[in-house]
Write a protein of this length. Structure first.
Ligand SMILES: Nc1ncnc2c1ncn2[C@@H]1O[C@H](COP(=O)(O)OP(=O)(O)OP(=O)(O)O)[C@@H](O)[C@H]1O
Length: 312
């Protein structure tokens, strides 16, 4: 699939600290790309570089096949963004706020009604923005970002601070912008549960490094279950399973095996053949949240090294 945005070796250093450290991003056309990482991981810094708001210390960014450094104005025309608390004129209503940006963007007047409808603010269009809820303000921010008919929308933590209803509304809006309008979206968050519910691709950043990037299904694959065997002789059980060529590991008295039907059936018949009593066979599903936490742990984990091969 064609990448609408790529970043190579992107790095930002403050003094000698690399807060974004040689990351490679690939954002496929039409994706909702969840840019996930704990607070302070480097999401905002990366996004600010993608938007040309700060200069990378090293590396390059290409938007729609063009180098951002050389074609800044042209590239940025195709991008709409909502980055941290946008400033509004509180004493003006949504239409009046949008008018300010419409003139700057040189968009036609008809755009204002259109974007208000897209974000579901048409009924509140004449209300003063200072009376808006945070969720409404975020939707107005997205409306402003849509004024220039962007092909790529970059949203930095758009659901931060919202109540569950507000979060749901923004999430629904993001999904529909991608699905119905074909807009590619990069959306950052520190919550995997958020990203899980709207993203088709995910990039995970931790301490300035990109530690995973792929389709969200690939991340889910790591949430696949393992099966634990509790038997009369863990030692023997482990020995037999491994000698049969099935991957297994020990967790105290339990022997863990990947939960593929064939493997489980083989293990059971093997143990029965060797006269080992099977007390319990249990399925243990690792949640996506567990995987995310594993990934961002200080020390590299098995999961992380498995993921490394997925990052180009
Ligand atoms: N202008 C700056 N000078 C020095 N350090 C900075 C500057 N801007 C950001 N940082 C540092 O870079 C790191 C990454 O910050 P960044 O805001 O990109 O993280 P983030 O992933 O967006 O987190 P959050 O969700 O908390 O905003 C942080 O440790 C931050 O303190």
């Amino acid at each position: 699939m064609e990448n609408i945005l790529t970043a190579n070796d992107l790095t930002k250093k403050y003094k000698s600290d690399a807060v974004v450290n040689r990351i490679n991003l690939q954002i496929p056309r039409g994706a909702v790309y969840g840019f996930l990482g704990p607070n302070g991981a480097g999401k905002t810094t990366t996004i600010r570089m993608l938007l040309g708001l700060i200069k990378p210390s090293h590396g390059s960014i290409s938007v729609f096949g063009k180098d951002l450094r050389k074609n800044r104005i042209e590239a940025l025309k195709e991008i709409g963004a909502l980055v941290e608390n946008p400033s509004y004129y509180g004493h003006l209503n949504a239409i009046e706020n949008l008018e300010v940006y419409r003139v700057l963007r040189k968009a036609p007047k008809s755009k204002i009604k259109e974007v208000l409808e897209i974000v579901g603010l048409e009924k509140a269009a004449k209300k003063k923005v200072k009376e808006y809820s945070l969720g409404m303000k975020q939707r107005l921010g997205i409306a402003i970002a849509l004024l220039g008919d962007p092909k790529l929308l970059i949203l930095d933590e758009p659901t931060n601070g919202l109540d569950p209803q507000g979060i749901l509304e923004i999430r629904t809006l993001i999904k529909s912008l991608a699905k119905e309008r074909g807009i590619t979206i990069i959306v950052s968050s520190h919550l995997l549960s958020e990203i899980d519910q709207m993203a088709t691709y995910v990039g995970i950043i931790s301490k300035g490094r990109l530690i995973f990037q792929d389709r969200i299904e690939e991340l889910r694959r790591f949430a696949s279950a393992s099966v634990s065997f509790t038997t009369s002789s863990p030692e023997e059980t482990f020995k037999h399973i491994v000698s049969y060529g099935i991957q297994a590991y020990r967790e105290e008295e339990k022997i863990m095996v990947e939960a593929e039907d064939e493997a489980i059936a083989k293990v059971i018949s093997l143990l029965v053949r060797h006269g080992i009593s099977i007390y319990r066979v249990e399925e243990n599903k690792k949640s996506l949240e567990d995987i995310f936490l594993d990934l961002i742990k200080e020390e590299g984990t098995n999961v992380q090294s498995t993921f490394k091969s997925r990052i180009s």
